[in-house]
Design a protein around this ligand. Sequence first.
Ligand code: 5GP
Ligand code: ZN
Length: 128
Amino acid sequence: MSEEHCDCLFCKIIAKEIPAEIIFEDEQALAFKDINPQAPTHFLVIPKQHIATINDIEAEDCQTVGYLQLVAARLADQMSFSQSGFRTVMNCNQHGGQTVYHIHLHVLGGKAMGWPPYQETLKTPVSE
Ligand code: 5GP
Ligand code: ZN
């Protein structure tokens, strides 16, 4: 791990400095169970390359970032919920709800998801 990313939680999981329930690993990507699952199955797929946010993706990263979706689909298939369906989400910055600044694809499955993903109460109330 380079010094630049030594404070990154997910770089520490990649380096096995912090434990995680790893379900897939190769040279490019790592997948592990989310510590606070929001669906019967909830895991994260991350690139081994540190990219902080979607805004930091460069053209040369497109294969790496697209590969996360392929890993998600393959794992969903292995876990037998690819046909019933699932959701992948990548949050960006504050309004997107990002809390860990190393891009990660959430994969949520095992039940039907709702839409839209925001609460009506977040809208500005009508003034009296
Ligand atoms: P974000 O809010 O950035 O889109 O998603 C971060 C996700 O990482 C959250 O769903 C959170 O539960 C998960 N997470 C945070 N810390 C850890 C950890 O130490 N281990 C694991 N496995 N997941 C974590
Ligand atoms: Zn990182």
